[in-house]
Unconditional design. Structure first.
Length: 114
């Protein structure tokens, strides 16, 4: 069984930064692809960034150059460093682990507002 717990969300002004963290339980973390998704009010959930077990990364066009995904296998943790935040980044951010099936955290709210 895999449990994912996100943290680090909050209210930030436009142009600011936040770092999200997601801790995974169990033994699958180091061999799994990890990702961050987000869902804004009234919109579908979308991929923000993904990192493979080998460290390859992929980003949504809307966050390239502003967000960085990283992982620490010793801590079973994946991070999302977000910079130059915009109001349109406001959403609930979800951590995802994929190893044959998808596992999801409960999400953390990021609000970008003056």
């Amino acid at each position: 069984q895999v449990h994912l717990v996100e943290s680090g969300g909050g209210l930030v002004q436009p142009g600011g930064s936040l770092r999200l963290s997601c801790v995974a339980s169990g033994r699958l973390f180091s061999v799994s692809t990890m990702a961050w998704y987000r869902q804004a009010p009234g919109k579908e959930r979308e991929l923000v960034a993904r990192i493979s077990a080998g460290g390859s990364t992929r980003y949504a066009d809307s966050v390239k150059g502003r967000f960085t995904i990283s992982r620490d296998n010793a801590k079973n943790t994946v991070y999302l460093q977000m910079s130059s935040l915009k109001p349109e980044d406001t959403a609930v951010y979800y951590c995802n682990l994929f190893y044959g099936v998808d596992y999801w955290g409960k999400g953390t709210l990021v609000t970008v507002s003056p």
